[in-house]
Design a protein around this ligand. Structure first.
Ligand code: C2O
Ligand code: CU
Length: 496
């Protein structure tokens, strides 16, 4: 047994050697059931001394998924990708190598960092076999929260995310320091769905899959099928959810246990909000506390049925095709709850209280400008697909600036879903988080920071965006990633 002093220990930890071995012990204990194969040891990279530094490589790998071999795309061979953790004020330096056969890049979803240069720049293109070093600084006042990273090369986003490319990017800070939250057991739940053929290859989408947004029947949590989580009687569990699926919505409920929502996309709420269930659209995150206050039995974490629209269009198309494939209908016509994971009770503790207060959410000033953005799908003569997804009637054009805004102003955007098929479209804006003001004129029940917001068929959602700290071009788009690849993306230029 080699002894290390405290200083060496810290140095080792920064190289993630220690954290990685701790993670693999946890995994070994979890792996009693041989059919719940988990070949991945979840890896964690933490910042140290103000720097988060790592090498990240993406390539195609055979990965064990639900006891079967699956040909997925991984970051450092992992699905989901390694979790990154940093703090406000840290510098992030990622040496990224593309070993795919397609171009790709990285997007840091939800982070308030610069969109220009080798940072959260959605316009970067990293061809196969090339490398790029990303470097940016997280502002000193950046909120703590659950963010994530995934590829963002226009035209390839849905395909690459559906192949597994997604990982958590955690900012630690004031929310983590609240005593009641520190006392809670923390679990991360990355939700991904996959569609595999008999050989373990990813099924290619048909026309309807792309129109609706591709979904798979294999539901995974942290790359595992129906994993088990535990809570102590009397204890608190902090569940940090990420919907990393390209199109699938999750309507989450935990049997007999209410959720206490403590944070949304952009960080903490002012106080916990009790919920029976929570709808998580693609790209969204939510943090929930659960109390270990029930009989010590097993409880299921469920994905309840949800209709995200477009059914009429689907039926038309099915009629045209004379039946349609069963793989296509499975997810979209879901009538029964699906089991995502199991919660068990293990041990007990003196009863832990819920926090009363979290972090105040600022009141934004009245907007200088109000804009209207219409989200729609249009039948078009686009070669190959015959459809395009648009903002204000225009499909994405890398050479067009759709929206000009001024730095240090606050704007209201009215997001109006005029889709003739009444499909849901989750709207995402890069770099600058926002607050939802109203939905169809009804004020939101509580104030929260968001970066991805569901706009249902026929709905108008009004959001308030402060454009702060960073000038330059960035994008907004639908987070049903097929819709983004098919044109539902626009460029916003923030001028100093
Ligand atoms: Cu999570 Cu522009 O995307
Ligand atoms: Cu959409």
């Amino acid at each position: 047994m080699v002894k290390v002093n405290r200083r060496q220990f810290i140095i080792l930890s920064t190289a993630s050697a220690v954290t990685a071995s701790v993670a693999s012990i946890a995994f070994a204990q979890n792996n009693r059931n041989p059919f719940k194969t988990q070949a991945l040891s979840p890896k964690l990279y933490k910042s140290a001394g103000g720097l988060l530094k790592l090498d990240l490589e993406t390539s195609s790998r055979p990965i064990s998924l639900g006891g079967k071999r699956a040909y997925l795309l991984g970051y450092n061979g992992q699905v989901p990708a390694p979790r990154l953790e940093a703090q406000a004020g840290d510098t992030v330096r990622i040496r990224f190598t593309n070993n795919l056969t397609q171009p790709t890049n990285l997007h840091y979803h939800g982070l308030h960092v610069t969109p220009v240069g080798n940072a959260d720049n959605a316009f970067l293109d990293i061809p196969p076999k090339e490398s790029l070093t990303y470097e940016f600084t997280i502002p000193k006042n950046h909120p703590s929260g659950t963010f994530w990273y995934h590829p963002h090369r226009h035209g390839y986003v849905a395909e690459q995310v559906f192949a597994g490319l997604a990982g958590l990017f955690i900012i630690r800070g004031e929310l983590d320091e609240i005593l009641e939250i520190q006392a809670a057991k923390e679990e991360f739940l990355v939700l991904q769905d996959f569609a595999l053929d008999r050989n373990g290859s990813i099924q290619s989408p048909n026309h309807m899959d792309m129109m609706m947004g591709r979904e798979g029947e294999l539901l995974t949590v942290n790359g595992q099928i129906k994993p088990t989580f535990s809570i102590a009687s009397g204890g608190l569990l902090r569940l940090r959810f990420l919907n990393a699926s390209p199109s699938r919505f999750y309507r989450l409920a935990l049997e007999n246990h209410p959720f206490y929502l403590i944070a949304t996309d952009g960080g903490a709420l002012a106080e916990p909000v009790e919920l029976k269930e929570l709808l998580l659209a693609p790209g969204e995150r939510a943090e929930m506390l659960v109390r270990g206050e029930r009989e010590p039995k097993q409880y299921r974490l469920l994905n309840l049925p949800y209709n995200r629209g477009g059914m009429e269009m689907m039926e038309d198309e099915m009629g045209m095709m004379g039946g349609g494939s069963s793989h296509m209908m499975g997810g979209k016509s879901q009538v029964n709850p699906q089991i995502l994971a199991t919660l068990t009770y293990q041990g007990s503790t003196s009863t832990l209280p819920l926090p009363k207060q979290l972090i105040p959410v600022e009141t934004l000033p009245e907007p200088k400008t109000v804009r209207r953005l219409e989200l729609s799908m249009e039948e078009e003569m686009t070669p190959g697909t015959g459809m395009s997804f648009t903002f204000n009637g225009k499909a994405f054009d890398p050479n067009r600036i759709n929206t000009q805004v001024k730095l240090n102003t606050v704007e209201d955007w009215e997001l109006v879903n005029v889709d003739p098929d009444r499909m849901d479209h989750p709207f995402h804006l890069h770099v600058n988080p926002f607050q939802v003001i109203s939905r169809n004129g009804e004020p939101e029940p509580y104030r929260a920071w968001k970066d991805t917001i569901l706009v249902r068929g026929g709905e108008t959602v009004r959001i308030r965006i402060p454009f702060r700290d960073f000038s330059g071009k960035t994008v907004y788009h639908c987070h049903v990633l097929d819709h983004e690849d098919l044109g539902m993306m626009g460029i916003v230029n923030i001028r100093a």
